[in-house]
Design a protein around this ligand. Structure first.
Ligand code: ZN
Length: 260
């Protein structure tokens, strides 16, 4: 039964990933999500449903448009696979708590869209952060990392929002003094606030540690590959998202960790 559950959650995740691709492609340019149907960006031929099956179509069409032969970016396949794998991993971890599982999945789907759009455009739409924050506040009542009465759980979630947004605000303040320009965006502030609604202030420490580590690794790689220099602007949203997703799987309470 477990295997069947994992299998179906993977298929479900692939289909969601396919929809996330549509969101990532259309939302930044204000296109409607529902109509028209997906079309090839080059020849504008509508894509038929049997050419739009996650992963399988990509393999059968050898990564090309069925009509004009335009290459389909590997990014679409990667996003479907990442969404499928994350869905399976979270189903495995949280299937005993369906409402929390749904909240975690919703959060990861929002974070995937935010991260890819941030990578491409360096922008984080506040609408995503607000939605994420609302899911975080509502799910505080079933969040396994929080405890106590309903108002204690609620306050804990809000403490995360305030410390997350406050931390980025402080970074921006310091950054402005050192670099004399905006080093961190408002988008990052709302995003880490929203992530805080799931983490509380204690969980935020590990999110920031993971994000800084992953971000530095990425930055150093770019500098070594001579694709960037020390002052290039780098998106921070994807790394905050990685930190959050890791903690949604295994909550790393850094304060508890250092007090041992
Ligand atoms: Zn085409």
């Amino acid at each position: 039964m477990e295997i069947l559950g994992l299998f179906f959650s993977f298929i479900f995740g692939l289909c969601v990933g396919s929809f996330l691709n549509v969101c990532i492609y259309r939302l930044p340019s204000d296109l409607s999500l529902i109509k028209p149907d997906s079309f090839c960006p080059r020849c504008h031929t509508p894509i038929r449903w049997y050419h739009n099956v996650p992963v399988l179509s990509y393999i059968f069409l050898k990564g090309k448009c069925a009509y004009c032969g335009e290459k389909i970016s590997l990014e679409y396949l990667a996003i479907e696979l990442v969404t499928g794998i994350l869905t399976t991993v979270f189903f495995y971890k949280w299937n005993h708590s369906p409402l929390w599982l749904a909240s975690v999945l919703l959060a990861s789907y929002i974070l995937i869209v935010v991260s890819v759009i941030d990578f491409k455009t360096m922008l984080i739409s506040d609408l995503f952060s607000y939605s994420l924050g609302i899911v975080g506040i509502l799910s505080s009542q079933i969040n396994p990392n929080f405890s106590g009465d309903w108002y204690q759980r609620l306050l804990y979630s809000i403490s995360g929002i305030i410390s997350g947004a406050g931390f980025i605000w402080f970074l921006a303040f310091i950054g402005k003094i050192i670099y004399k320009k905006d080093a961190v965006g408002d988008g990052d502030m709302f995003l880490l606030g929203a992530i805080g609604s799931f983490m509380g202030y204690r969980g935020l420490f590990s999110v920031i540690i993971i994000a800084s580590f992953a971000g530095s690794l990425y930055g150093i790689t770019l500098i070594l590959a001579k694709k960037a220099d020390r002052l290039s602007y780098m998106p921070f949203g994807p790394f905050l998202s990685v930190g959050c997703i890791v903690n949604l799987y295994y909550f790393w309470d850094f304060i508890n960790f250092i007090s041992y």
